[in-house]
Structures are given as structure tokens and as C-alpha cells.
Design a protein around this ligand. Structure first.
Ligand code: THU
Length: 130
């Protein structure tokens, strides 16, 4: 298991997911070579829950970094979970289309995508200019 996969697996154990029982751990590697982690945090008011990727991005930004080169998302189940649509957009804010998105299980099974595959034609700041 890579250091990034291990970081994602470790943080997955801290997920707070009593409603879905779907634990997710995310580990981001930045351009500076540092790793930031996050897990999903659910809430009794369901829509207030946070995804693991979002938590990891918050940790990265809080530490003063902004450039994601790869992310490992660890889940349980029959096949690796892929990031939700909202988290694809959140990742696109800080990663380019070539950034690697590794989706894995603790069994070692991993599927790697490029962010551009998961979110083609993404909305970005250029389009946001009026
Ligand atoms: N979840 C994530 O943490 N990341 C995703 O990309 C997909 C979904 C979480 C949210 C919720 O706590 C649980 O998985 C079930 O949807």
C-alpha cells in the first residue's frame, strides 16, 4: 500500500457515519509533497454532512496549500467508491485535469482516474467572468 493509500485507510477509521455506515477516507498529496487527510462527518440533519474529500481540502487550505497533485479515496464495499459530483467540482478548484484520483479498497483493489475524466468540461473561473 502506498503512503497515500495508508493515510486514507487510517483516516477512514475516524469517519463519523452513523446514518449511512459508509466510511470514507481521503488523502491529498500536494505539489509541495505534503499529505492532508479528511473523513466524512455526517449529521442528524442529513444535508449538513461533509464528504471526506471536502474535509481533506479544508485541511489543506487551512495549512496554507492550494495545489493538489493526487488524491486517494478509500471506501469499503464491493467496489471502490468514486467522488460525488460536488467533490469533483471541489477538487477541480485545486487540481488540474491531469491530477490522479485513486479510488481504492483496503483489499488493495484500486482504480485510478484523471480528474478530467471524472469531470469533463468543468465549470471554472474563466466562465465565471461577466
Ligand atoms: N461520501 C463521501 O465522503 N465522499 C463522496 O465522494 C461520496 C459520499 C460520504 C457522504 C456520506 O457521509 C456517505 O458517504 C454516504 O453518502
Amino acid at each position: 500500500m502506498t503512503d497515500l493509500a495508508k493515510a486514507a485507510a487510517d483516516i477512514m477509521e475516524r469517519a463519523y457515519a452513523p446514518y449511512s455506515n459508509y466510511l470514507v477516507g481521503a488523502a491529498i498529496r500536494t505539489a509541495a509533497g505534503n499529505i492532508y487527510v479528511g473523513c466524512n462527518v455526517e449529521n442528524a440533519a442529513y444535508p449538513l454532512g461533509n464528504c471526506a474529500e471536502s474535509s481533506a481540502i479544508c485541511a489543506m487550505i487551512s495549512a496554507g496549500e492550494r495545489e493538489i497533485t493526487e488524491i486517494f479515496i478509500m471506501t469499503r464495499g464491493e467496489k471502490p467508491g468514486t467522488p460525488c459530483g460536488g467533490c469533483r467540482q471541489r477538487l477541480a478548484e485545486f487540481a488540474d485535469s491531469q491530477a490522479q484520483v485513486h479510488c481504492g479498497l483496503s483489499t488493495g483493489e484500486t482504480i485510478t482516474y484523471r480528474l478530467g475524466e471524472l469531470l469533463p468540461h468543468s465549470f471554472d473561473l474563466e466562465q465565471n467572468k461577466t
